[in-house]
Design a protein around this ligand. Structure first.
Ligand code: FNR
Length: 375
């Protein structure tokens, strides 16, 4: 009954419910440049599409008569307990969606107890975002820099500001081929939208002849794509932080094995939301082999294409410890700021709770591949 009540209240606020409706509303409120930047994928957008179709290729075969009246969505990761298996994926330059950018997202995440992964290229500094979040859980996503000392400096700052894990994104050694952005002539990075963590960094600024926007943009562009990135860089990072390290962007089970051997603490199976290598495998299709390779030694998380409660059930049943969402909350942010992000999170979690119960499970640990069939 209370569920219906909140739903009715929401309806009166005229906020969308489904991902498709949020996307449509976001398209109406945003100029083409930012909208296409957020919504788009790389190349012919085949991977973007397959991230979704992969979910429809699995069907849940629910169990009945199992008393699902007392349920918990809680999980444990790296010794911490969280209310739900959902996190906000690192999304850079959130000011292109809403003037408050990451600060609005941070408030909504903190209120919901959903961890936020803060991007290197955020529009507000990691310290400002941390201040907004109080004790609420947060991780820092690191874009490797050609300048290792800049990496070490940002990681130190994240530790000091209460971030509890470092996510290294490994699938962006070059920027993906983005037709929509070419067409729109749009590059938020070049426009200086994601500089906050750089211009507040003493090591980064020490590299500039003069600290101004143009120099900073040029230096960031020189630093951020790093085709030399390799496993020794992960070792370097290990020496510079005691925090758990996750690698984001793993799709091959052999890489997952190397990650375990190299002492990485977690893996995020991701194709960057279909924004990097077009033609790459969808994440749900990649997950089973990776879960098998990892054998439960470290947690495996997944993002790219997660939209509904049933999607979360499927990912967890195939071995994910948790999932992250990107575009869904960005549309919430674009349409209604903090309230929009809060609504997207709330809707997903409530739908997950219903999906879990109707699948015949009382907790996320009970989910396994025996409740799925390939269709
Ligand atoms: C991203 N993503 C991303 N990832 C990352 O590690 N650092 C970043 O700064 C960004 N920036 C970014 C911007 C935008 C506009 C999008 C849509 C995505 C990728 C993100 O973390 C995540 O992998 C995907 O968004 C997940 O896919 P869905 O949920 O958007 O389908």
């Amino acid at each position: 009954e209370s569920l219906l009540f909140t739903r009715v209240n929401k309806a009166t606020q005229a906020l969308p419910i489904s991902f498709e409706d949020w996307e449509q509303k976001a398209r109406e409120v945003l100029p083409d440049g930012p909208f296409d930047y957020i919504a788009g994928g790389s190349g012919a957008e085949e991977t973007l599409a397959s991230n979704r179709t992969a979910f429809s290729k699995w069907a849940i075969v629910p169990r009945m008569l199992r008393d699902v009246s007392r349920r918990s969505l809680g999980i444990e990761l790296f010794g911490q307990s969280w209310k739900t298996p959902v996190l906000l994926a690192p999304v850079g330059m959130q000011a292109i969606a809403h003037p408050e950018g990451e600060l609005a997202t941070a408030r909504a995440a903190a209120a919901a107890g959903v961890p936020m992964v803060v991007s290197t290229v955020s529009a507000h500094s990691l310290e400002q975002i941390a201040d907004t979040m109080g004790d609420a859980p947060r991780w820092f996503q690191l874009y490797w820099s050609n300048d290792r000392e800049v990496c070490a400096s940002m990681v130190k700052r994240a530790e000091t500001a209460g971030y509890s894990a470092i996510v290294v994104t490994v699938d962006t050694v070059l920027l993906g081929w983005k037709r929509r952005d070419f067409r729109n002539g749009y590059s938020p990075l070049r426009e200086g939208k994601g500089l906050a963590n750089y211009i507040s960094d003493p090591i980064f600024c020490s590299r500039l002849a003069e600290v101004n926007m143009e120099n900073a943009v040029e230096e960031v562009l020189r630093n951020i794509y790093h085709p030399t990135l390799n496993w020794d860089d992960i070792d370097y990072l290990r020496q510079h932080t005691g925090l758990p390290i996750l690698v984001k962007g793993i799709l091959h089970p052999d890489d997952a094995k190397i990650a375990v051997e190299r002492g990485v603490d977690g893996i995020i199976v991701s194709n960057h939301g279909g924004r990097q290598l077009d033609g790459a495998i969808s994440t749900l299709d990649a997950l089973p082999a990776i879960a098998e390779a990892v054998e439960g030694r470290i947690p495996v998380l997944l993002d790219s294409g997660v939209r509904t409660g049933a999607d979360v059930v499927k990912a967890l049943a195939l071995g994910a410890a948790a999932v992250l969402i990107g575009r869904p909350f960005m549309y919430g942010l674009a349409v209604a700021g903090e309230q929009g992000v809060a609504s997207v999170i709330d809707t997903l979690i409530q739908e997950l709770d219903v999906s879990l119960a109707l699948s015949g499970a009382s907790s996320v640990e009970e989910l396994n591949s025996r409740i799925l069939v390939r269709v």
